[in-house]
Design a protein around this ligand. Structure first.
Ligand code: ADP
Length: 286
């Protein structure tokens, strides 16, 4: 019996189950069973976690492919529908023909937005490298104000700071990616903002080491039941409004990825009919 157990244990030790496994001592009495059981338990736990991760990744990939094809199908088929009509039917009316081509073009523009944002999200998900530097967040916000000025003016929406920042506020982060976060949040405040509205930005101290950037709009607002899902990719509260405004449904998912990669927080507070405040924290630069 003793010999049998020794042989079986020897086989376990010699297998590839353990890293740096000690070789089985000649005598069964010398085997540290506590340690042996502990090693098996650790091994089982590690494998269990690995399998779970693989399952999750597989589910994620399946959902992602499903979501992407669903999102691409609508604009693709819409564009194709209008093009086929123009090609196959004798419309005889150049104005109608132009209208249909215009609609096909709009759908193709939507495809472009989605593909561009998908490209960005794929890059972010395949392990994002941050290039952190010290920069003045006030200057970066001003650059985005300028970038979006024309778009905001189409709805007569004012983009401004809610107080005068005549001193720099230095943060340590990936400047380009934080600029993307501000672009996405400000673009949303315009898309879901009311005509003649305003978007105000406030930058204040959050903790000894952090500042918080608040993007405050007085737009349509979001019902509290939708808030928990807002940062999921392709989640929209009002699908047709998002589509009309050229949304991909990925803007906030991108924001969340970037902020979490910085190990910072993003928050939202909103009231329907009053407006929304999206906030994110950043590390102060020393
Ligand atoms: P989209 O491309 O549809 O704008 P986002 O991921 O940027 O996608 O936003 C997801 C959804 O969150 C939007 O479809 C919209 O319903 C809602 N949302 C985002 N920002 C705002 C805002 N400032 N005000 C009201 N609703 C918003």
């Amino acid at each position: 019996m003793k010999k049998f157990i020794e042989i079986q244990l020897g086989r376990v030790y010699e297998s590839n189950l353990f890293d740096n496994a000690p070789s089985l001592k000649a005598d069964l009495d010398d085997v540290d069973f506590e340690n042996f059981i502990e090693r098996i338990r650790n091994f089982a736990e590690t494998k269990h976690k690995e399998i779970e991760q693989l399952h999750n990744r597989d589910d994620f990939r399946r959902d992602f492919i499903g979501d992407v094809s669903h999102e691409l199908k609508t604009p693709l088929f819409t564009a194709q529908g209008y093009l086929i009509t123009v090609l196959d039917e004798d419309l005889e009316d150049p104005a109608l023909e132009k209208k249909y081509l215009g609609r096909a073009n709009k759908s193709i523009e939507r495809l472009t937005y989605i593909v561009k944002d998908l490209d960005m999200i794929a890059k972010l998900e395949s392990g994002m490298k941050l290039e952190q530097s010290k920069f003045n967040i006030i200057a970066t916000i001003n650059d985005v104000f300028e970038l979006l000025e024309i778009r905001a003016s189409k709805k007569n929406i004012t983009l401004a700071f809610n107080e005068v920042y005549d001193y720099p506020i230095l943060v340590k982060a990936d400047k380009e990616k934080i600029e993307q976060v501000i672009i996405n949040l400000l673009t949303n405040s315009i898309k879901y903002g009311n005509v003649n509205g305003s978007t105000l930005i406030n930058v204040s101290t959050h903790s000894a080491h952090q500042v918080v950037v608040n993007v405050i709009d007085n737009g349509v607002g979001i019902d509290s039941k939708n808030i928990p899902r807002l940062f999921e990719r392709f989640y929209r509260v009002d699908k047709s409004r998002s589509r009309d405004q050229g949304g991909s449904g990925l803007g906030l998912a991108i924001v969340k990825h970037i902020i979490e990669a910085h190990e910072q927080e993003v928050l939202v507070k909103s009231t329907v009919g009053e407006g929304s405040t999206f906030s994110f924290t950043l590390n102060k630069a020393n």
